[in-house]
Design a protein around this ligand. Structure first.
Ligand code: FA5
Length: 345
């Protein structure tokens, strides 16, 4: 048994190793339960009595020397690791941006719009995308022969037979049916907005999509006038755009409001100079509105002698187009990441 040779070999192995894992292996090989040093201690009682004392001394020295060297090496490796870490950190280098998703501009704008309306006392209410002819047209005072009911504008759901209007289904063409749904279940005074997707069988262009978003508004109380509508919509527009956007009202017609008007906003894409978004007019029609028609109140179970209200339906996509200077509504539904990534802020 050559203890000196074992010591030389073990110390060399320890000194030459560069990894913590390797060092662990060496430690196990020499100092482990079944390691070489244990074997030496096991051998001592079997050795000649006159050699035992000397062997014992040498074995203890070997053990101590290895333990010391291992400790030294462990400390050295730890220091190296720390050093390496410090070296790889350069605070002047640009950081690595992790790839993350972003909210769609429509979602972002919808959240903002809902927040503004909540702040001025409106509740946010939702309705179904698949609607009945009754809620979408009849209850809203649309005459039988109204062109909007036409197959060319409305996407009807295929159904067997000829169901009555309460059961005849379609993809809602506007968010106005939620007015009736809400008034049936809730007594005035009411102040609600209804954000939601609507569907129309239309040819698409820069300002028309076949599905788009509307934001309906309804306020019913004892003494409501057009002045209340003007005040609310001006407050909303001011807060939503955070800049001066001009608003103008034009007389219009909707079967469910009387009087009715269209609301235009000045086109901020071209600053009223004329562009493809505003069809070179400098204005963009973003809103239909009016005083709730007495027949609509009746159809929802309210007495028009006691209650009045205004309602509006915003083309939400157009509002977003004005806000962000988007010149084609179809970009918002194309799923093109080059477009969507611009809303990372
Ligand atoms: C309506 O849908 C009525 N329900 C609005 C209303 C509600 C009037 C309450 C009175 C009271 P209109 O069809 O005009 O109205 O659509 C409302 C807005 O939706 C338009 O002003 C326009 O901004 C937007 N819009 C209409 N068609 C499209 C389309 N194909 N793509 C994108 N936006 C559209």
């Amino acid at each position: 048994m050559d203890i000196e040779k074992t010591e030389k070999r073990a110390l060399l192995e320890i000194r030459e190793t560069t990894s913590k894992k390797e060092l662990e292996k060496i430690k196990k090989r020499y100092l482990g339960k079944k390691g070489e040093i244990s074997e030496i201690f096991k051998f001592i009682p079997k050795a000649n009595p006159e050699e035992r004392a000397e062997l014992g001394k040498k074995a203890n020295r070997l053990k101590a020397a290895l333990e010391k060297e291992l400790k030294k090496k462990e400390a050295e490796l730890k220091k190296k690791k720390k050093k390496r870490r410090v070296k790889s950190f350069d605070p002047t280098l640009p950081g690595k941006r992790s790839v993350s998703g972003t909210l769609h501009p429509i979602t972002r704008a919808r959240k903002k719009a809902c927040k503004i309306f909540r702040e001025i006392g409106f509740s946010v209410v939702l309705g179904p995308d698949i609607e009945s002819v009754w809620y979408n047209f009849d209850a809203l005072n649309f005459p039988e022969e109204h062109p909007a009911r036409d197959m060319q504008d409305t996407l009807f759901i295929k159904q067997e037979g000829n169901p009555p209007s309460e059961k005849r289904l379609l993809m809602r063409t506007h968010t106005s049916p939620v007015q009736i749904r809400y008034m049936e279940k809730n007594q005035p005074p009411l102040k609600i907005i209804v954000p939601g997707r609507v569907y129309r069988n239309e040819t698409t262009d820069a300002t028309h999509e076949i599905n788009f978003y509307q934001l309906e508004g309804l306020m019913v109380d004892k003494e409501i006038s057009v002045a209340n509508f003007r005040a609310i919509i001006t407050e909303f527009v001011d807060r939503f755009f955070g800049e001066d956007v001009e608003v103008r009202l034009r007389p219009s017609f909707f079967p469910f409001t009387e009087p009715s008007f269209e609301v235009d906003m000045s086109c901020s894409v071209c600053k009223k100079k004329g562009c493809s978004v505003c069809s070179n007019t400098g204005w963009l029609e973003v809103l239909g509105a009016g005083m709730v028609h007495p027949n609509v109140l009746k159809n929802a179970g309210l007495n028009p002698k006691n209650w009045q209200g205004f309602a509006f339906g915003m083309g939400f996509d157009r509002l977003i187009m004005i806000k962000y200077g988007i010149d084609d509504v179809r970009l918002m539904y194309g799923g093109d990441l080059r477009f969507l990534n611009q809303f990372r802020y």
